[in-house]
Design a protein around this ligand. Structure first.
Ligand SMILES: Cc1cc2nc3c(=O)[nH]c(=O)nc-3n(C[C@H](O)[C@H](O)[C@H](O)COP(=O)(O)OP(=O)(O)OC[C@H]3O[C@@H](n4cnc5c(N)ncnc54)[C@H](O)[C@@H]3O)c2cc1C
Length: 487
């Protein structure tokens, strides 16, 4: 008889797990609380404007491609993307501007011309990031940290000899202030802490590994926008015979004699040989595994930051803006103190504007742009979000209007808002955290839940709240690790 597997949640890691299980010969059923697949990686439409609802930066596309290859298909027939020459446009409050390029030499020249930063410093920072990636990615991103074999592998043995190069003992900001001459360059490189919802003034300098994703491997844009990732993988899963049950919230993971036996939903009990949980693991323990042992230390880790997003249809085209744009705060340190210490929003927040219509013209009417306007905010601790949203909106409009030399408020013709409460309500991500736990201390990587349950046989975990962490590539890696654990 065919083996059966259940996946709880159709986030990107849930869909990837379902594809991998189907390829292993399992009959797979995915149960999803929402009426649509993709979780955070979804889209919304407002009139004639289309927006990617959550993620906007796409890195490590081979992790999507390999799901097609594994299924015996050519990824290019299903999913297309382009590599970005220009990765981001930066705007500083004092009027400095900088365009970040994938081409290292061009990037170094840009830093030299715009910020007076020496080329040597930039190239050395990129080399350092590449070295961290070379030695740490095979261990921390591509293997289970809970297997002895990981620590005895050739990758581990080669890393042991370089421990002092991995910069665990100072913060990202300390390393960047020391490395660069211009504090604005340090600010730009500090920004990479936010790629996993952390604070550059607390997170270890080891996270200087992150720029390598963009500058060493590349930033990409999927044809049709980020939602094309969900669409293409969802179609692949359907083609492989995966059954999706939408609007079906899982109520319990049924455990018998120390092994997962299936799940309960409002339609009753569903039996399975393997259960893969893609929902936030804290919410899963609290709601679906209530009567099981609770791994308190892992459950109580501080959560990553969240986001406040204004989806704005703008009835004008701003040619000085690209796909990714950052308008920096004048005081980055105080901004992060507000996010991580005060649980509030700084009066001069760093504003990220993502405009997919720059590449995908049909995302906005002619002569208009779809602005996904986001600031990093604390996760939800019961703040007065209705007040904070209005406060932030005023600050963002003031900042962007000043930078762009025009009052943008009258140009906003449609608006929708996503805040930490809604992120939690829509995806069950505890406190609306974008990436599960924060990585604000050097032990964080070891304090993420493994991709399997140590106490319950046949129960596995994937997605942004477990090892190796949040972000699309890491979620796809988590699904790969679940797959490998089934060997
Ligand atoms: C605003 C924003 C910006 C981001 N920017 C980026 C970016 O630029 N680049 C990047 O790589 N990443 C980014 N991320 C992070 C990225 O979106 C996530 O890491 C990734 O999408 C999480 O996928 P996941 O598989 O963990 O599942 P999720 O997307 O969290 O989905 C979990 C699914 O489980 C379902 N579920 C929960 N409970 C149950 C239940 N009881 N029964 C059934 N189903 C249930 C939920 O409905 C949901 O569909 C961003 C996230 C947000 C919100």
């Amino acid at each position: 008889m065919a083996k059966s597997a259940i996946v709880i949640g159709s986030g990107i890691a849930g869909i990837a797990s379902a594809i991998r299980l189907a390829n292993r010969g399992y009959t797979v059923s995915v149960f999803e609380a929402n009426s649509y697949p993709g979780g955070k990686l979804s889209e919304i439409s407002l009139g004639e404007y289309r927006f990617d609802a959550g993620p906007s930066l796409f890195t490590l596309p081979h992790l999507v491609d390999e799901l097609f290859e594994l299924s015996g298909l050519n990824p290019k027939d299903y999913f297309e993307y382009v590599q970005l020459d220009e990765t981001c446009r930066y705007f500083y409050a004092d009027g400095s501007r900088l365009t970040a390029w994938y081409d290292k030499e061009k990037l170094a020249s840009e830093f030299e011309e715009q910020l007076g930063e020496s080329r040597k410093n930039i190239l050395a920072a990129l080399d350092n990031s590449a070295l961290l990636y070379k030695h740490l990615a095979p261990l921390f991103l591509e293997k289970s940290l809970n297997k002895v074999s990981t620590w005895l592998s050739p990758d581990a043995l080669s890393a042991y000899g370089k421990l002092n190069r991995f910069d665990f003992n100072r913060t990202m900001n300390q390393a960047n202030q020391k490395r660069f001459d211009n504090p604005k360059t340090a600010q730009l490189f500090n920004r990479y802490a936010t790629y996993n919802g952390s604070d550059p003034y607390q997170t270890p300098a080891t996270l200087n590994i992150i720029p390598h994703l963009e500058f060493g491997i590349g930033a990409y844009f999927p044809k049709g926008g980020m939602h094309a990732i969900t669409n293409s993988l969802y179609s692949l899963a359907l083609d492989l015979g995966v059954n999706f049950y939408f609007d079906t919230k899982v109520q319990k993971i049924v455990v018998h004699k120390g092994a997962a036996k299936g799940i309960d939903t409002n339609m009753g009990f569903h039996k399975a040989d393997k259960v893969v949980c893609n929902m936030d693991m804290v919410a899963a323990y609290k709601n679906l595994l209530k009567d099981q042992h609770q791994p308190k230390r892992l459950l109580n880790q501080p959560k990553s930051s969240s986001a406040l997003i204004f989806y704005w249809g703008i009835k004008k085209e701003f040619k000085q803006l690209g796909l990714h744009n950052i308008f920096f705060s004048e005081d980055y340190k105080t901004e992060f103190q507000h996010i991580f210490k005060k649980g509030s929003i700084y009066k001069d927040p760093t504003v990220y504007v993502n405009i997919t219509s720059v590449h995908n013209a049909s995302d906005a009417p002619e002569g208009c742009q779809n602005w996904f306007t986001m600031i990093n905010v604390p996760n939800n601790q019961g703040q007065d979000w209705d007040y904070l949203i209005q406060y932030a909106k005023k600050a963002i409009i003031k900042k962007l209007s000043k930078e762009l030399g025009e009052d943008i408020e009258p140009l906003i013709e449609v608006e929708d808002i996503l805040d930490p409460r809604l992120i939690e309500a829509k995806t069950s991500s505890v406190a609306g955290a974008l990436y599960g736990n924060s990585s604000n201390n050097k032990f964080s990587a070891f304090l993420r839940h493994p991709n399997f349950s140590k106490r319950i046989k046949d129960l596995y975990f994937c997605g942004g709240s477990v090892h190796p962490g949040g972000g699309i590539p890491l979620c796809l890696s988590s699904a790969k690790l679940v797959d490998e654990l089934m060997n």
